[in-house]
Write a protein that binds this ligand. Structure first.
Ligand code: ATP
Ligand code: MG
Length: 610
């Protein structure tokens, strides 16, 4: 339960609403408990006027609320005719119900609305915290879990801040108000009414535990079910290509079957819950009528018919709030568990942060790696070992090397997707930590190896991350990436929706749109991580040709498995198993006859063969 304390700031922020809500709860219940008293009075009055047999005149209207006593005095001035009194009392009971309804409405309008505000803030809090966390965090988390925190868990917490708080306030106020008046009316009868209460509490506790355990299991199964469905949807191309529809449907049916069984089990327990509570509350009613009746016949304990009627009404009033105890308790339990999960996330801190004195210098494009090593913490893989090199502003550099040699890791270090394990990365001779992340990343254009498109229009995908919305500039970026013509051929040109992750486009088209996105920002440093791998050689040549002019005053690092013949590189870096094994001008490397020279020769032969 301690976890729920972290909601205190939210409650404090909405304290006025909360206080007003509590006030409305008390008012609605106050008007509720007055109606048994007015009913009691009218029964008594009728009985007296008709001088019914066996009637014993009541001692006093002891125990009634002051307002009811005032009302009784007022009604006496009107006369004591049965019909007048009954009509007036009827009107008053109607009025009480109306008042109660108004305050119930206000109660929901304050407490439930407050919970929706808190939900809104909590969602934003979690989402903006997600944005702060670095890639290391995301590698350890499953997307499904992240989604669940912000949807499922937040709504469970809301069930606490809204309904559960409301039910608890209602329970406390209705119990204290009605017990207060019951005790004032007749102590002994009240005690009899309360007798079944301990059994009721134990029963609620047990059944509630059962319900809780079962709903936890249901939740788990549901999570399996959604994960399975989600994976099937997003991998539907693979599923179909391997003709696995039936197998997956079978698997789905199996989980769905488990879910059904669990839910049916819960329904059974829940069907037990309300009847058993009704039974126990019925027992209270029975005791009231029986014992009250006996006392009435004996003429002892100053019990009148009206007392019995009033008590039965009070018990009815208690039925719903008491039966909601179990529900409320499980809401609180679930909310605590959810809040705990949320807190775990909120406590996670990004490893990559700005130094306190980080500035936002304008980057010219000089890059230095000084004895940089990097180890992936989760797998222990040493991806980079003791790498040192310098790149002057405006240089074009190719990084080549076998798959898994650490090229992407190197590029990502420059973006500070992670920080070097040892050594130092500098841009314009400033250590990366001294440049604010925002400033650094906004001046670098990066095309990742695995392209990602948002399910939005082509135009929005290209404009993503820059303030430029000018179609002309977007078109120019697309032209540079040699994708403009193909975009015009799409159904709505630049306004075509690309589908989830860009499923409507080919691999090469996606890559070129991602390239256009990086070019549009007009960055000082351009990082291209094998971004033309899915593009044919001719288009690639066209792109590199166009880029030559664009890159004039920019630093470019291009990771590639194919050496662009048309782009003059100033420098080539060759990586092998995380080490920098060759570096220098292409001509010098060709002469040296290492990895680069081999690669170059092979490509020359391939081209000649074509
Ligand atoms: P490719 O040419 O196939 O893109 P690469 O040169 O870009 O390869 P990297 O992606 O930098 O290679 O990977 C270098 C090493 O680090 C590999 O051994 C890889 O298994 C490991 N590695 C890469 N990404 C991660 C990660 N997120 N977590 C743990 N290890 C990783
Ligand atoms: Mg790579």
């Amino acid at each position: 339960m301690r976890e729920l304390f972290s909601l205190a700031p939210f409650f404090w922020k909405y304290r006025l609403r909360l206080a007003a809500g509590f006030g409305f709860v008390i008012l609605s219940n106050y008007f509720n408990v007055l109606s048994p008293q007015v009913t009691g009075f009218v029964i008594d009055h009728v009985q007296r006027s008709l001088s019914l047999q066996g009637y014993q005149s009541p001692v006093i209207y002891a125990g009634y609320d002051r307002s009811v006593k005032l009302f009784i005095e007022w009604i006496r001035q009107w006369g004591s005719g049965v019909s007048t009194v009954v009509a007036l009392c009827g009107a008053v009971i109607l009025l009480l119900a109306l008042l109660r309804g108004v305050f119930l409405f206000m109660m929901r309008q304050t407490l439930i609305v407050m919970s929706r505000y808190i939900e809104y803030e909590q969602k934003n809090q979690i989402f903006s915290h997600y944005q702060l966390l670095d890639t290391a965090f995301y590698r350890e988390q499953r997307t499904g879990d992240l989604m669940n925190r912000i949807t499922e868990d937040v709504s469970r917490v809301r069930m606490f801040t809204g309904p559960a708080v409301m039910y608890m306030a209602n329970l406390v106020s209705v119990i204290s108000l009605s017990l207060y008046f019951m005790f004032r009316r007749n102590v002994e009868l009240t005690i009899y009414v309360l007798l079944p209460l301990p059994i009721l509490a134990i029963a609620i506790y047990y059944i509630n535990n059962l319900i809780h355990r079962r709903s936890e299991r249901i939740q788990e199964t549901l999570s399996d079910l959604t994960t399975h469905a989600q994976e099937t949807y997003s991998g539907i191309r693979v599923v179909k290509a391997f003709a696995q529809e039936q197998a997956l449907s079978g698997f789905f049916r199996q989980i769905a079957g488990r879910y059904k069984r669990e839910v049916l089990g819960l329904v059974k327990v829940e069907s037990l819950y309300f009847p058993s509570i009704s039974l126990l509350i019925g027992l209270s009613t029975l005791l009231t009528i029986m014992i009250g009746g006996l006392y009435y016949i004996e003429g002892s304990h100053s019990i009148t018919l009206s007392t019995i009627v009033e008590f039965v009404m009070y018990i009815n009033m208690l039925t719903f709030p008491v039966s909601a105890i179990g529900l409320t308790a499980s809401m609180v339990q679930r909310a605590a568990a959810s809040q705990q999960r949320i807190n775990e996330f909120l406590l996670a801190q990004p490893a990559v942060t700005d130094a306190t004195d980080a500035g936002s210098p304008s980057i010219k494009g000089g890059i230095t790696f000084d004895r940089v090593s990097f180890t992936y913490a989760d797998t222990g893989i040493k991806a980079l070992l003791d790498i040192s090199f310098t790149i002057s502003p405006g240089e074009k550099v190719a990084i080549v090397g076998r798959t898994g040699s650490g090229k992407s890791t190197l590029v990502q270090l420059l973006l500070r997707q992670f920080d070097a394990s040892s050594g130092c990365v500098l841009v314009d001779d400033i250590p990366l930590e001294q440049i604010s992340l925002r400033s650094l990343r906004s001046q670098i254009g990066y095309v990742p190896q695995d392209v990602f498109l948002f399910s939005d229009t082509v135009r929005a995908n290209i404009a993503f991350g820059s303030d430029i919305i000018d179609l002309e500039k977007i078109t120019t970026a697309a032209r540079l990436s040699c994708i403009e013509d193909e975009i015009h051929q799409l159904s709505s040109g630049f306004d075509t929706m690309v589908g989830e992750r860009g499923v409507m486009l080919s691999g090469g088209q996606k890559q070129r749109i991602t390239l256009a996105r990086a070019l549009l920002r007009n960055p000082s440093i351009l990082l291209l991580d094998d971004c033309l791998s899915a593009v044919d050689a001719r288009t690639e040549q066209q792109i590199t040709e166009g880029l030559q002019n664009y890159l004039k005053n920019k630093t470019a690092i291009i990771v590639t498995h194919r050496i662009f013949s048309l782009l003059e590189f100033d420098k080539v870096l060759v990586l092998e198993e995380g080490r920098l094994v060759e570096s220098g001008a292409p001509a010098a490397l060709l002469e040296a006859g290492g990895y680069y020279a081999n690669m170059y020769k092979r490509q020359q032969q391939e081209q000649a063969g074509m």
